[in-house]
Design a protein around this ligand. Sequence first.
Ligand code: COA
Length: 159
Amino acid sequence: MRAIYPGSFDPVTNGHIDIIKRASMLSDELYVAVLTNSDKSQTFSVEERLRFLESVTNEFPNVKIVFFDGLLIDYAKKINADVIIRGLRAVSDYEYELQMAIANKKLCQEIETLFMVSDSKWSFLSSSLVKEIAMFGGDLHGMLPDFIINEVEAKVRRR
Ligand code: COA
C-alpha cells in the first residue's frame, strides 16, 4: 500500500512524528507531503520544513519527504497513492477532516482517506501552539525534537 500523509508541518511536532511512525508500519511506502494550507501564513520556509522532516524520518526507510504546491488529490493521483492518512487528535478535528475527506473522495473515487487516532500524549499539540509557547519563552522539551526546538526559538525570537 502506498500512503500519503499531508500537512503544513510548520513545524513538524512529536505528534506528527508519532503518526508518521505508525503509518510507516502500516504501509509499504509513505509519502509525507508538505502542502500549502491557503488559510495559514507560514513561519518556516518550505526548505526548512522539508529539512526538519528529513532529519526526523531518516530512521524510517520507507518514508519519503516531498513538497507539492497544489491540490493534495492531484499529488496523490500523480504518485498513485492508495490512501491519504490523516491524524485525529480530538472530536474538534472531525468536522474539518470529514469535509476534506469527502471533497477529496469527490475529486477522486479511487483514493480513500484513513484516519489514525493520535496518541493521547499529543492530543493537545499543534504547530501554532509550540510557536506561541516559544514566543513567550516557555519550555518546548517533549513537544518537538531538540534540534527543532532551537530553530523554533531562534525564528520566533527574530520575528
Ligand atoms: N500531532 C500534533 N499536531 C497535529 C497533528 C498531530 N498528530 N495533526 C495535526 N496537527 C496540527 C497541525 O500541526 C496543525 O497545527 P496548526 O493549525 O497550528 O498549524 C493543525 O493540527 C491542523 O493540522 P492539519 O489539519 O493537518 O492542517 P494542516 O494545515 O497541517 O494541513 C493540508 C492541511 C495542507 C493537508 C490541506 O490544507 C491541503 O490538503 N492543502 C492542499 C490544497 C488542497 O488540496 N485543498 C483542498 C483539500 S479538500
